[in-house]
Design a protein around this ligand. Structure first.
Ligand code: GLY
Length: 367
């Protein structure tokens, strides 16, 4: 039987993971990226891989997060063996800090509730906290410490998925945009692109915040609003753990860099940094680690996260279309959820039945 031919539109981490998983499962993939692989928010992300902690996240969402985290360790080796790319997975642990007694109490209660689910999770304060992170502000009363949380180089992860898919036989078209669809009715015959028409058995739309406008062309209304995140990098080796504060976070990176993030802004498609945004990041960073007041900022950038109205990803078949699928709306969890999204979308497209129920994430929930 001929392999299922699937076109994936979007060369961010989600599209590239789907392309990789589909190709690995025996499909014949065409991956389109209108500019550069990982050139948008996937390349801008800090790459934190953090076990779900807050009670607020729904159970299906937590299940998705945990399933994806569990895929990471084997994936590092797998992607390296196919692509030669090291995704710079680094276990740095995370300190969720509290500066008020109320917040400290709330975090301590969460530590108790989550201790069974998150290995090594504990409340730290005083000398223990300062032994872990000597530069932390005296205003920090304590922190929920989760030692196993990690981060990756999100740009390299995206490249590793794309190159691995390519090495397994996928066609990867860089600088090629989707311009329309072939055919009408429930079953489309393929897609038109800036490099000509592609006849395929299925199409997956995974174009971050641009997914909404692609979906409109197949008469589907699924909001994926851009949510800008500004980031900056210090040249500093003074921070050893990821630190999550009330107004921002810090993530230590290889080669003496420290990322500080991130704003969450509804600024449309204006992907640029602003003086006030960067100043707010520097204030938040110095509030966590006062010595950063004197550290050099070596770079700053912005990305457009793919939002969704309820903050949950949008995964499934497009309403009214048999062979068009969407994977979007990952908002602040794209890097974390990329592996499981690739696997589940592959199962949905190739077998019709993903191993995790995707109904809580179905595109038609927005009416
Ligand atoms: N995932 C981190 C952020 O959205 O800023």
């Amino acid at each position: 039987m001929a392999a299922l031919r699937v076109l994936v539109a979007g060369g961010g981490v989600i599209g590239c993971s789907i392309a990789y998983h589909l190709q690995k499962a025996g499909a014949s993939v065409v991956l389109l990226e209108r500019a550069e692989i990982g050139g948008e928010s996937s390349g801008a992300a800090a790459g934190m891989l953090i076990a779900p902690f807050e009670d607020a996240a729904s159970r299906p969402f937590q299940a998705l997060q945990n399933a994806s985290l569990a895929m990471y360790l084997p994936l590092i080796k797998e992607l390296r063996s196919h692509s030669g790319i090291d995704i710079e997975y680094k276990t740095c642990g995370i300190l969720r800090t509290a500066r008020t007694v109320e917040h400290a109490k709330a975090l301590q209660a969460l530590v108790k509730r989550r201790a069974v689910a998150i290995s090594g999770l504990e409340w730290v304060e005083g000398e223990t906290l300062r032994g872990l992170e000597p530069g932390i502000s005296p205003a920090v009363l304590g922190a929920a410490y989760s030692p196993d949380d990690a981060n990756v180089n999100s740009g390299l992860l995206t490249q590793a998925f794309a190159v691995s898919a390519e090495r397994l036989g996928a066609e990867v078209h860089r600088g090629v945009a989707l311009t329309g669809f072939l055919g009408r009715g429930q079953h489309l015959r393929g897609a038109g692109t800036s490099a000509g028409d592609f006849r395929v058995d299925a199409v997956v739309l995974a174009a971050g915040p641009w997914t909404e406008s692609l979906l409109r062309r197949v008469s589907a209304r699924v909001p994926t609003p851009p949510m800008r995140g500004q980031m900056l990098a210090y040249r500093s080796s003074t921070v050893h753990h990821a630190i999550w504060g009330e107004d921002g976070y810090l993530v230590p990176k290889p080669r003496g860099f420290l990322f500080a993030g991130a704003t969450v802004e509804d600024a449309g498609f204006r992907k640029r940094t602003t003086a006030s945004g960067l100043a707010s990041l520097q204030r938040a960073a110095a509030g966590m680690i006062p010595a950063l007041r004197h550290a050099d900022v070596v770079s700053s950038w912005a990305g457009l996260r793919p939002g969704s109205p309820d903050g949950l990803p949008i995964l499934g078949r497009v309403p009214g279309r048999e062979n068009v699928f969407v994977a979007g709306g990952h908002f602040r969890n794209g890097i974390l959820l990329a592996p499981v999204t690739g696997r589940l979308m592959t199962q949905l497209i190739c077998e019709g039945r993903p191993e995790i129920d995707l109904r809580p994430f179905r595109p038609e929930r927005f009416g």
